[in-house]
Design a protein around this ligand. Structure first.
Ligand SMILES: C[S@@+](CC[C@H](N)C(=O)[O-])C[C@H]1O[C@@H](n2cnc3c(N)ncnc32)[C@H](O)[C@@H]1O
Length: 236
């Protein structure tokens, strides 16, 4: 179900060693203005919210995440921003008792993978279909009519290893399954494994994902461009 506890102490180091391009992600998010309120689903250690808050001072921002250790890092990072709130939540159950103009997830609960010219497919940290439906239902309650849901786009996942900025070796291994894949993440300091995390992901074809999103009032809005950072869905 997407618990990042094991990785949390090393997350920032791995991600800022070239795994995600936070400035580029936020460049794209900003193009979806105007919005006065923003909800990040699976905000992790708060790297995107921090980058957003340094560039835009007005929006009221909320980040939710189910991993306590990730959120603890986000709380420290973001405490200087009075317009950012954080809450420990699983998207399958949450109720913040309000609606947002824009909700997004980048590498969080859901994201799309685009592999060359192939059709995008949706990847979910929730391995069960019923949980995805329940999660989408809860997200839909938090986005105002006319608002947007943006789901990040990533390249295909593959096995590799790479030395990161502190000299440790990050590696990942993907095992395909019937309805998704298992991903093993490792970090090693010489021969010693300092972090190991295994997560199960569910995948949906593009048609299945559009149908899932549409069932909860989110309609796909093609935004053109060869390298979209997010696919956009308008809340009807
Ligand atoms: C790869 S991290 C992405 C974090 C952040 N968006 C970033 O770009 O750095 C995925 C995050 O999604 C969270 N997550 C996964 N499933 C979740 C769920 N069902 N509800 C809330 N958060 C979830 C994990 O705890 C983790 O912090």
């Amino acid at each position: 179900m997407g618990d990042y506890t094991n990785m949390s102490a090393y997350y920032d180091l791995i991600m800022t060693s070239g795994y995600y391009d936070y400035a580029g992600i936020v460049d794209n998010l900003i193009t979806h203005q105007p919005f006065d309120s923003v909800l990040e689903l699976g905000c992790g250690t708060g790297l995107i919210l921090e980058e957003m808050a340094t560039r835009l001072n007005s929006p009221d921002m909320m980040g939710v995440d189910l991993t306590k250790a990730m959120l603890a890092i986000a709380r420290k990072r973001l405490k200087r921003f009075s317009n950012i709130s954080l809450s420990l939540e699983n998207v399958t159950h949450f109720d913040l008792e309000r609606k947002y103009d824009l909700a997004f997830s980048y590498g969080g609960v859901w994201y799309f993978v685009i592999d060359g010219d192939k059709e995008p497919f949706l990847v979910s940290h929730l391995p069960d279909d019923a949980d995805n439906r329940q999660g989408m239902e809860h997200v839909a309650r938090h986005v105002r009519t006319g608002g947007k849901l943006l789901l990040g786009v990533q390249g295909p996942h593959y096995d590799y290893e790479r030395v990161i900025s502190n000299g440790m070796k990050y590696s990942q291994k993907i095992l395909p399954g019937d309805r998704g894949f298992t991903k093993n993440y490792y970090l090693a300091d010489d021969a010693k494994t300092v972090m190991a995390q295994t997560l199960e992901y569910r995948t949906y074809t593009f048609a299945e994902s559009r149908s899932l999103l549409s069932d909860f009032g989110f309609e796909y809005v093609p935004n053109g461009g060869d390298n979209p950072r997010f696919l956009a869905f308008a809340k009807t």
